[in-house]
Structures are given as structure tokens and as C-alpha cells.
Design a protein. Sequence first.
Length: 424
Amino acid sequence: MNTRRESPVGPGRVLIIEPASSGTALVGAARGLGFETVVASFDADDRTVPDRVRQEADEVLVVDTNDEEALFLAAASAHGASPFAGVLAGFEFYVPVAARLAARLGLPGLPVDTVEGVRDKAVMRAATAAAGLRVPRFAEVSTEAQVAQAAARVGFPCVLKPVDSAGSVHVTRADDVDHLLAAYRELAADDRPDMGRRTEGRALVEEYLDGPELSVEGCVGADGRTVVVAVTHKVLGPEPSFVEIGHVVRADLPPATRRAVEDYVGEVVDALRVTVGPFHCELRLVAGEPVLIELAARLGGDRIPDLVEAATGVRLPELAVAALTGLDAAALPSRAPRAKYAGIRFLTASGEGGRPTAEGLARIAGWPGVLESELTHAADTPVPGDQDYRSRVGHVLYTADSYQDALDLGSRITLGVSLALPVA
């Protein structure tokens, strides 16, 4: 089933599969570059096309995006009628299928024989370790019986994480076997769908990395050149969970550390054969040395592309579209940064209840540098615990003149908002 609206004539069409989170920006970026945009989506349940995306898209192609053959047949038919210039994954789960679909249509994309390495964290760890890069000690588990054996090899403290999830879901620090087993049982029993998919119970038990956390935002262009656009400082909530409660672009690093980070990420990109398109690489500095957490072949979430644009002038969604349609990134319009630094701070709440209320948010909206402040939690959706991104009920996005000012303003925002969760 298709829905269509009139669109300006451009250099061709692009197919964007299930745009969500930062992937929704790909639609506007493609249109801004003159492309006609086709969104492939199941368009129901937790894969419903957001209203803003529906308004921006030229066509919505309704298909079960978790049925690869059905998706291919629908895309091939649309491609035959009017060819696509590129295929983009609008959400991390669809990076492998986008690569395979692009290959079948003869379009730019990641190598299909290695693309699982940017989704399956066990494959990712093995590939980067085989390249001689430092990675955490790790062991894969798929049954409860394997958990204690894995911990004996990895040691404590350790971290449990699903091999194929996102958003810090079920990522937990454990300091002993009992805690680790309890965390794995919770992971294995979780049958909540995410984009129509459920966890398989496969997970990694890996070394806990003690050090500040960063992410590196970049893109491999159509010419094969890897470009690092920005390094993001990540603010985490209290452990044992690893909820990201804020980001600052740009991270304040000594020049030598910045070079080491960029060199290391370049080697990770090569090891995982990210040959074209965007990447978001998370790592920790352990005694000043970068160590991989994970790399995703997509835009960073949590409004990171907006922060990057504000602090650097570079629009990452445009770079991604250009790379995966064969455009020369040098021909993209240049823009001046809005500020020296940009940040976001998320408002989090634990426990369950109705729509939260926030005292102090209206006052914060008037602070210098604040660009956005809002509650985003749906009124009819209970707030889960504070274990992952689903506990975030709002955000404040801002700019600052210095790195320290950005950190300080983030802390003031957290202290200045009082959240209440009335019982539904």
C-alpha cells in the first residue's frame, strides 16, 4: 500500500527504512538535497511513521520491514518504476537489511558479507580483536548455564549487554555472580518488542572499562575517505545501569588524546569494513587509551546530530545521504556553527505513573543559551524504571561558550527541575 504527495523534481529517489530517533532527520536531509523520499515502514504498533516524517516524505511504502523478502519485493517494484539512488537505514536494526537490499539493487552500501559486524556485538568484538585493536575481555552467552563460566573468564566487575539491542536496554554492571545471573534472567525473560523484534537472549559478558565515555561522530564518504566530524562527551547516570543523561559537543580533549581517539576509531572503521556511510563510535578512555564499547553504522541518537550542527555547522544527516547516494560531500552547503559548544540534558524519572510534571522547566526555558525545553513522555505510557532510555521523560537542549560552561549548565538543569510522577 502506498501513500503519495507531490514532490519537487530532484536528482533521484532515496529509500529510507523505518526512520526513527535521529534517523528521522534523513528524510528532511534527502529532500533538502533535492531527492524524492520514499519511506518504507510497517506503519503500525512501534513501527508507526511519525507524523513529522509522514508530512516530509513524498511516499510511504507500507510493508513488513522485518520480512526481508517482502521488503525486497516492494522495494524492487518501486525501484523498477522509478530508480532509487540510495537505500538508507532509518534505525540501527535495519542497517544489515539496507546493505543487502542496496546490493541486490546495485546501489552503494556496506559489504553484505561483513555488515553483521556493525550490529552483532559478539561479531564486532571478534573482528576488532582480530585486527589487533584493544577491546574489552568478553565472552558470549546464550544460556543461564554459560553466565558463570563467562564471568570466570572475564572477571568482576563486568558488564552484561545484549548482542543486538540499542538504547542501553539491559546493559548492566555486575559485581558478583548473583547480580550477573539476576540481570541475565531479566534480559532473557523480557518479551517487550522493540521495532517489532524481541531479544534472543544472546548477550556479552565483558570487562568493565573504568574511564570517561565518549562517542565519535563521522562518515565515510562516497570516495571512501573517513571523516571524523566531532567527539562527544557523554554524561551517564548512576551505575549499575548506563543511562545516558546528557551529551556535550565538543568533548574537551588534549590534542594528543584527540589524535589517538581519531586514529583508533579509523582503525575500528577499517576493521569492521564500514566502507561508506555514517558511523557513531562509543568508547571509553582507560588510563588515557581509547577502548571500544561499540560502533554503529548510523547517526548518533539523542539529538547528537543537532548538537554537532550547532557546534560545528556540519549536518551529519546530509553527509549520510550524500555518501549513500554517491554525491560529493565537498559540494554540500557549508554553514557557520551556532556556538562553540552544544549540549543536551535529559530529565529522568524512576517508578511508574502517568505523565510526569516538571517544576522549574518553564523557568529554565528562559535561561541564556537554552534552545529547547520540553516534556516528551506520552501521557498514556507508564514510565519504567531508570535502567535505560525509556526512563527519560524530557530534555533541555542548549549552547555554551566553553566546555566547562556546557557541563555546568547541564548540572544546573538537572538540579533545577523537580519531577513528579502522579499515579495514573
